[in-house]
Design a protein around this ligand. Sequence first.
Ligand SMILES: Cc1cc2nc3c(=O)[nH]c(=O)nc-3n(C[C@H](O)[C@H](O)[C@H](O)COP(=O)(O)O)c2cc1C
Length: 368
Amino acid sequence: MFRIGNLALKSNLFLSPLAGYTNLPFRLTLRELGGLDLATTDLVNARSLLEKNPKALKLIETCPQDRPLAVQLFGAVPEEMRDAALYLESIGISSVDINMGCPVRKVCRVGGGSAMMTELQKTSELVQAMVDAVRIPVTTKMRLGWDDENLTAPDLARALEDVGVAAIFVHGRTREQGFSGTVKLAGIRAVVEAVKSIPVIGNGDVTTPEGAKMMIDQTGCAGVSIGRGAFYNPWIFLHTQQYLETGELPPEPTFEERVRVMCRHLDLMIQVFGETHGCRMFRKVAPWYSKRFGPANEFNRRVVQLTSKSEFDAIVADYIRWRQQFLDEHGQLKPTYRPAPLVPSFMQEPGVAQREQIPVPKGPVEVW
Ligand SMILES: Cc1cc2nc3c(=O)[nH]c(=O)nc-3n(C[C@H](O)[C@H](O)[C@H](O)COP(=O)(O)O)c2cc1C
């Protein structure tokens, strides 16, 4: 058992919020495969939620199988953040995560100092008001800081622990890095060392069970949160859990299993968003699955124009036939066509040409 505040969890592996992706169908797909307990929504604007904006309500759509669930809130008005947390508690959400973007961003720009403490003070007050208002855990998600000269996460984490935050999620990059460069395990470790007793969850570029283990071993973090790695490999939570428990790596899922899960994901998209919208949304999801199929240009070309379930079934059937040319006599991809193994940035050997970078989907990187 793993605890975040008063919440007992079956896994120390978490789904990172990915705006536009971590919707109910994706969460259910991952949950069915196992290894994941606390999952999160995309970030939701606190004010929109209080105004019952239909888009905001759709972002928090859930069901009994989708538990325990955290909602990530975004906002700077203390009363709105507090009231949104109260509302989420009242409808049975398990915990509230605060998107810290870079709370000390303005301050970092002007060089820190006493102004930074003011900002830290303001952030702490906002968070404290939320913690005092609800019984469910309040957690926060942050980066290491603005840049290498302003690694503010340890100070911020300590201040937030003092006002009652139940866990800290930290992406091991600075804001200046965006999504490039290496995830800095030492930066995550500094946050782990800064807090007294709350769990710190490491995040960034974990695409393999070995990557998760290395992050835990080298930073002392209590758990790992995985975002894009779950697109590539929805089995990553189950496989990582098994690897952490037994030291043995489960075999890669077969092509047939990948296709099965992809089809299940689309079915859930259609259930939640309707056929037309669900298929449209799946246009950007299916190519993530196909990255592990081997040659898939034929599949990708058609799936990005997807309009219906029957069309999808035809695309998959045609693709399975087309893909046979790349198989050996045992029905396995011939070695030259096998996708390269994924290697997290922090496990790549220095000086070796960068392997395939984990792509960054488009969006407002400044708040992630
Ligand atoms: C498409 C996309 C959407 C994201 N949306 C959010 C978000 O809503 N809230 C947030 O705190 N982080 C967001 N992030 C950042 C991720 O949660 C995570 O910190 C980052 O991608 C690094 O982890 P990963 O390498 O496991 O993906 C987003 C990242 C991507 C690529």
